[in-house]
Write a protein of this length. Structure first.
Length: 165
């Protein structure tokens, strides 16, 4: 019997992380949100992607994130939800990778920037889909929400990282 190499182990680990992210996203969708601000959610699945970014690598974080968005959209959403989520996820990951590379920000700071950029990506798509720039008036609210949810996700991910890795 041949033992699996690092590539096989990494692929299996990413598969488990993908399943965990899908479950986290689904569970979060079942939690009623009592905030009177439409479109705001905590983003628990993002903690899984952030953890992957910090422990495995950029390529794996991007791959799992994109696959998670697509699968979540096909399973629980629509083509529009895929479009909005994909734009937010890609923009968020780009800024998180750039900030992570500087080594000047904590995992919480990187998460907060990711939360804000996720919302900006979604607003940009909304601007195109709705053919209006009026959606940008919602930006200050979403920036605050992105900071708060990014803070919570960053703290959660940092604690998970300390205990697991």
């Amino acid at each position: 019997m041949r033992l699996p190499n690092d590539t096989v182990k990494k692929t299996a680990f990413c598969g488990l992380i993908l399943a965990l992210a899908l479950i986290a996203g689904y569970v979060e969708s079942l939690i009623p949100v009592f905030i009177a601000i439409p479109g705001i959610k905590l983003g628990i699945a993002n903690s899984v992607i952030l953890l992957l970014l910090y422990t495995v690598g950029i390529k794996e974080a991007f791959t799992v994130s994109i696959i998670r968005v697509l699968l979540s959209g096909f399973l629980f959403g629509s083509m529009f939800s895929i479009l909005y989520s994909l734009s937010g996820a890609v923009l968020s990951l780009i800024i998180m990778v750039l900030l992570r590379r500087t080594n000047s920000f904590s995992i919480t700071g990187v998460s907060m920037a990711g939360g804000v950029m996720h919302n900006i990506g979604q607003l940009a798509v909304a601007c195109v889909v709705l053919e209006t720039t009026a959606v940008w008036y919602y930006l200050p609210v979403l920036m605050i929400a992105g900071c708060v949810t990014g803070l919570v996700i960053g703290i959660l991910t940092g604690e998970i990282q300390k205990r697991i890795f």
